[in-house]
Design a protein around this ligand. Structure first.
Ligand code: 5GP
Ligand code: ZN
Length: 115
């Protein structure tokens, strides 16, 4: 199911060209437009779910499996020193795009914040 007003529906469908890292029938993984670190990317399901509450459980399970694969792949490719898997739900928690997505954020020793 798609939402005609949703930018991530369009990106995931390939209707708007974007920098794709990985694609299958269920997901597209793209580079974040405003990366927190080198390699910051987003796992986006092709179907529209506003957030985790609305996610189909099977798609949620597949998303986690893909996150694991992407983490291993990015560790090898980018030689990062750490990795954050992040997923925001609702404005209060920092969600700005209301189509479920998972952030894949490689971390490097030099970006470590000791605060
Ligand atoms: P949220 O705050 O909703 O968890 O994350 C939304 C993320 O999507 C942000 O990191 C933002 O930089 C990214 N983003 C928003 N619009 C676009 C876009 O049109 N293209 C890409 N590649 N990333 C986007
Ligand atoms: Zn959508």
């Amino acid at each position: 199911m798609k939402d005609d007003n949703c930018i991530f529906c369009k990106l995931a469908a390939g209707d708007i060209p974007t920098n794709t890292v990985y694609e299958d029938d269920t997901f597209r993984v793209i580079m974040d437009a405003n990366p927190a670190t080198k390699g910051h990317s987003l796992i986006i399901p092709k179907d529209h779910f506003a957030n985790l509450y609305e996610m189909d459980e099977e798609v949620a399970a597949k998303a986690m499996k893909l996150a694991k694969k992407m983490a291993v792949h990015m560790k090898e490719k980018l030689n990062c020193d750490g990795f954050n898997l992040l997923q925001n739900n609702e404005e209060t928690a920092g969600q700005t795009v209301f189509h479920f997505h998972m952030h894949l954020i490689p971390r490097y020793k030099e970006d470590k914040n000791d605060d």
